[in-house]
Structures are given as structure tokens and as C-alpha cells.
Design a protein. Sequence first.
Length: 340
Amino acid sequence: MAIDGKIYVRAHCCAYSGVLKTAENSRLFLAGTTDMIDCYWQRAGEGGAMEVWEPINGVYMATTPFLASLGWLEKLTNSPLSSAVIGGMIGAGFGAWAAGWIAKRSKQHDSVNEEIRACNLAMLLAQQGFNLAVGLKIEAVKPITDSYNKARSEYIDPKVSTVSDTQNLQKISPINPPLDALRTVALERLTLPGSATRAVLQVVESMNNLNRALTTRNELTDIFLHKQLPPDMDFHHMYFGLPKDGSCHAGYMDCMKSMTRYTDEALFFSMTLCKLLDEHGVQLREERKKLARGKVSINRFRLAASIPDGIIPDAKNYAGWFTGYEVQANSKKRWRWGKN
């Protein structure tokens, strides 16, 4: 640009190919050279927007401001309309966030309360099945099985001349636990861990097998009572499951074994389910206390002190059931630079 016969060059800092500094005693690096030229500056006037430099070889250098004037932005933000709009936007955003937070917390509160009610119901159903299995073993299964095993061992032993109580043909009615309700509540309305879900399925299977064993034994008992034995088979051989003339009818003996086995399984797994539901209920109660204040009632499980010794099966007999299902937590792999 030529003014009064002199040449001026206007350079924008953001587009200039060199590096331009406006401080006093700054240095100017021109593009394409490595020479440093000391330069001094002075303002063109009070209201001037340009910074005029001393001539260098007859050429004047000047710079424009890096940013345009921001006075309009200050005026805009200080206006009542802008303040009202910005304030309204902030208030609306905060209100929407607060409403979403309250709705989410209320939904969690209702969900936890619903699961607590379902857990209490499942605990009552599981305890009823456990109590039925305990009563069955105390009143019928254990005394009949002990008497049968003693009589069979005496009958087989040639040293024993008399056999005690060889005809304990008492019928045992199948139990009727609320298995369908338990399965529906535990599997559809509760979020149970894997071990508790397996315990529910095992309780249903064990009690169904127990009832089938009891029904089959009752049918064989009717055969003994009505003396409708198969040909060439006497009472003792069929009752104790012993071979005779190359044939053996072990149906009644197998029913006695199955009855004992499935009674213990029904007892153990219903007790295990009650313990797992108890733990789940405690966790739900703690979660409920974090969401809201107030008393939370849950059903707990405690073994009655009146249960005789030898009724509850030993947990060692079912150690394989616990080790057969192990939950592994998924851990995220952390990548490190320079390492595989």
C-alpha cells in the first residue's frame, strides 16, 4: 500500500508467513530468511487501530488487531433480554435434570420395594417346602428306612436266627409343597444369583422325584398287602430285593433307597435356597435404606433348635453341587504401552 510515496505492508498475525511480535524491542523473522531485524514501533494516534513501524529499507510494517472488537458481545450479554433468555435456559436445564433424577430414584425405589415383597413371599414358600420335608423325614422316612435296613441286614446275615420287623408296610402320603408358586416368584419376579436359581430348580426336581418314589412304594405296598406277588417269588425275596432261582425283583428296595435320597435332597436344597434368599433379602434391605428412610421388613431364615440330630444332611455330601458352578467376574484388561 502506497501512502505519500512510501510503501506500507499490512500483515495479519494469523496469516503472516513469519513470526510477528508487537512488543517493544521485538524481533521480526521474515519468511524465507534467517536474518533478524530489530524494529521499534509507535502508535499512529489515540484512536488508531494500526501499529506503525519505523521504515526498514523504505518499507513500513503495520499489524491489525488479532481479534475484532468484542464490545458488541458485552452489550449483548448485559441486555435484559439476553439475561432473561440465558437465565431461563439454565433454569430449564437444571429443572429437567432434577426431574429426571427424581423420576429415576422413584423408579428404583418402587423396583426395590417390589423385589423385597417378592423375596419375602419366596422365603415363605421355600420354608414351607423345607418344613414339609423335615416333618416327612422325622415322622415316616427315617424310622421306616432304619427299620427296613436293619431287617434286611439281619435277613441276609446267616448268623442271625430271627429277623425283626420284616413287614413294615406303612404307606406314606406324598407331600404337596407350593412348587409352582415358588418357581414363578423366584424365577420371574426376583433377580437372583446363579446359585439361588439352581437351588430353586433343584428343589423342584428333588421334591417331584420324592413324590414319585413315595407313590411307587405305595403301589408295591398294596401288592404285598393283597398278596399279589409275581409267580415263583416269595415275600422276603421281593421285599428285600434278593435273587431267587436266577431272578430278582428289586423294585421295593430301590424305592426305599430313592425315598431316602430324595428326602435328603429336598431337605438340603430347600434349606440352601432359604439361606440364599435370606442373603438376598438383606442386600435388598440395605439398598432400600440408601434410597429412602423408613423401616424395611424382610423374612429371615433360622434353623429351629428342636430339629433332632441326623435329620439335616451333611453339606459334604453335596460339595460337588457347589463346585460345579463358579461365577467368574469379567475383569477388564488394561493395556500398557510397550507391553503385550
